[in-house]
Design a binder for this molecule. Structure first.
Ligand code: A2P
Length: 282
């Protein structure tokens, strides 16, 4: 693990950079474009957006303006909850595609599963959404496909399809390691990505994390990102601030000791988004 372009290999052989650049809560337009340009300039090679973030145009503009060769970059987007099902997913992808202005996406995800608590036919809805993604994949418009926020039963229901998910993007940070779904994904060769690896900023106020980070002359943000990497999880830290975008990339010149990894791994929950795929109502 040497730099931002190090990769994991997905279960279809496609490479995914081990650190991504998050854009949830990044406003569209110049803010998104400048953040993405800055990230690419520093060396991030993996950009994560979603239709629901409302910033695909700005993200796409930043990518184009960066001048980077398309094949050097890994770009993800996601289909939103109101667009589940075969036809709607196809239309949602067209909109994403025209907003982001790229010839293909490296990864397309189902943003949240339809869950039994919300829909009696949740399994059918997810399978139909997955069918649309499979078709996009076969046509080459997306190079890999996966899910986000899927719990065990949601994911298990997709495993018998023609093409199994390659990625599950979940909330993952100290105190919220989602051990059950992480173990399941590992067993099934599904790469885990961490959204909000800084707990949307919450982790950075934690005294234990701050003290541990100080031992390495690092910030709590860098500690959290490095901790994801050492747990073989792909972190997607978000920032719109140039110096923090740089700070979050400086995670390859130190290594967290086994003792500290164990201590962070056993931290109890001390805050997170509180969102649960079986309880959401959006
Ligand atoms: P900003 O975009 O103004 O830098 P997460 O990736 O867990 O969702 O966290 C993102 C939040 O953490 C944003 O509010 C972001 O604000 C802030 N943030 C990102 N990197 C850092 C950092 N290195 N130090 C302090 N705050 C950070």
């Amino acid at each position: 693990m040497k730099n931002l372009s190090d990769t994991f290999i997905l279960n279809n052989g496609y490479k995914i950079p081990r650190v991504g650049f998050g854009t949830w809560q990044t406003p569209d337009g110049d803010v998104a474009a400048n953040a993405v340009k800055k990230a690419i300039e520093i060396g991030y090679r993996h950009i994560d957006t979603a239709a629901a973030y409302g910033n695909e145009k700005g993200v796409g503009l930043g990518i184009i303006e960066s001048g980077i060769d398309r094949d050097k970059l890994f770009v993800t987007s996601k289909v939103w909850n109101t667009e589940r099902g075969y036809d709607k997913t196809m239309r949602a992808f067209e909109k994403t595609f025209s907003d982001i202005q790229l010839d293909y996406l490296d990864l397309y995800l189902i943003h949240w599963p339809a869950s039994p608590a919300q829909f009696s036919d949740w399994e059918k809805i997810n399978l139909e959404t997955w069918k649309a993604m499979t078709e996009l994949y076969k046509s080459g418009l997306i190079k890999a496909m996966g899910v986000s926020n899927f719990k065990l039963r949601h994911l298990a229901a997709l495993m018998e399809t023609e093409i199994a998910p390659m990625v599950n993007q979940i909330e993952f940070h100290p105190g919220q390691m989602q051990t059950e779904i992480v173990a399941y994904c590992r067993e099934n060769n599904i790469v885990i990505e961490a959204w909000s690896p800084l707990g949307t900023g919450r982790m950075l106020k934690n005294q234990t994390l701050k003290e541990t980070a100080a031992k390495y002359n690092k910030t709590a943000a860098q500690l959290c990102i490095r901790w994801c990497l050492q747990n073989d999880i792909v972190p997607l830290p978000k920032s719109v601030n140039p110096s923090r975008i740089e700070e979050n990339a400086e995670v390859f010149d130190f290594s967290i000791s086994k003792e500290d990894m164990d201590a962070i791994n056993s931290m109890q929950y001390f805050g997170g988004s509180g969102l649960d795929a079986d309880k959401i109502d959006f």
